[in-house]
Design a protein around this ligand. Structure first.
Ligand code: DP6
Length: 362
């Protein structure tokens, strides 16, 4: 299990094997935007885990207490020279105090995504959660001990967070909370918790259609956006607002009020983008097409009274959220009114997922 401060004795027996996990991405409803060391959020966030957008990571490992340093080879979809490799190397180096076996390992890490990397879907959440789950399987094999599943997931969430904040929410399926809030007893800034017992059936069947307005890499990465929050004159107000919205959303999730859900989720999405506009230097990631889609969703909702809402990540693409029972009407709306604003008429349909799955253990 994760090493706590104090004496640690490395296992003396050499060991090797292969582990693998498939882990999905997630979409935030309450946004994590602004952080403090070590990778702790300035406010709680709430997400749901997706089903179809996932990363599969397989690691072949060799452990020998005589190895001097971590050796790692990372390839993404067969490409050895991926820029992500340096980020993974730094991540692993930073885990030594929690997983002291790390520098006694040789690792061959291969990773692939279910979604094309030009889809504009953030992959760091699914990548780091699958990696963290693999590392805990390796740790377990080397130590020969098993822990309770809840503790394994909590540890995986803790480790995933250190790679990418939003990744800590991807180790659970359904609705997930990351960050301390007085509303949820076991909530923590260090790891995410599963909210599934606190969600009304109304929300279990939500669909998420991701309208791809632009599939290029965004001009300002999230890590830079978080950093700009340090000097944003509205940051304190934003963190307080997000805390209040978390409490409101948690209550709404229990009660099942879909209209109130949409109103909070849209408010959060627009507030996230307002923080980009009011950073210094200010920037915007929405495109004219994103704004047009938002206007059309709101006017469609006003005229049909159907519970259709939107959210956005730190990018131009729109996540259209609605209950499955309205799928046919909303599909028609997408085809007639929205698809013209999607790059190459592309969109990706997803649902609320059950969380990560082990795909290899041997
Ligand atoms: C807008 O988790 O990508 O998607 O911790 O620096 O890796 P790092 O940032 P990241 O930020 C996610 C920002 C967001 C909101 C969210 O997912 O909560």
């Amino acid at each position: 299990m994760l090493h706590q401060a104090g004496e640690y004795i490395l296992p003396t027996k050499k060991c090797k094997g292969t582990v693998g996990w498939r882990s999905p991405s997630n979409i935030a409803l309450i946004k994590y935007w602004g952080k403090r060391p070590p990778q702790l959020p300035m406010n709680p966030s709430v997400s749901f885990t997706l089903q179809n957008a996932f990363t599969e990571t397989v690691i072949t490992y060799q452990y020998d207490p005589k190895f001097e340093d971590l050796e790692m080879n990372y390839s993404f979809e067969g490409n050895q020279h991926n820029a992500f490799s340096g980020r993974i190397q730094n991540y692993l180096d930073g885990l030594i105090s929690y997983l002291p076996i790390i520098d006694k390992l040789k690792l061959k890490i291969t990773s692939k995504n279910s979604f094309p990397h030009s889809a504009g879907i953030a992959s760091s959440a699914s990548a780091f959660s699958s990696l963290a789950l693999c590392l805990l399987d390796i740790e377990k094999a080397i130590h020969g001990i098993t822990a309770h599943e809840d503790l394994i997931l909590q540890n995986a969430s803790f480790l995933a967070r250190l790679g990418s904040g939003s990744a800590c929410r991807s180790v659970y399926g359904g609705f997930v909370l990351w960050g301390h809030t007085p509303d949820v007893a076991n909530s923590s800034d260090e790891y995410a918790v599963d909210l599934s017992t606190q969600v009304h059936p109304t929300f279990k069947d939500l669909l998420d259609v991701i309208l791809i307005v632009d599939n290029r890499e965004k001009s300002v990465p999230s890590s830079a956006g978080h950093k700009l929050m340090e000097d944003n004159p509205y940051s304190e107000i934003r963190f307080e607002q997000a805390k209040k919205n978390t409490s409101k959303l948690l209550a709404v999730l229990k009660e099942g009020d879909i209209n109130e859900f949409i109103s909070i989720v849209e408010f959060e999405a627009l507030s996230l983008h307002a923080m980009m506009l009011t950073s210094f230097p200010g920037y915007f990631l929405m495109h004219p097409g994103s704004l047009e889609i938002i206007k059309r969703i709101r006017s469609y909702r006003n005229s049909t009274r159907l519970p259709v809402g939107f959210t956005l990540d730190a990018g131009p693409n729109i996540h259209l959220l609605f209950p499955r029972q309205y799928q046919q009407e909303v599909d028609e709306f997408i085809q007639s009114d929205l698809i013209g604003f999607c790059k190459d008429r592309r969109y990706i349909s997803d649902i609320i997922g059950n969380g990560p799955e082990r795909i290899y253990h041997g």
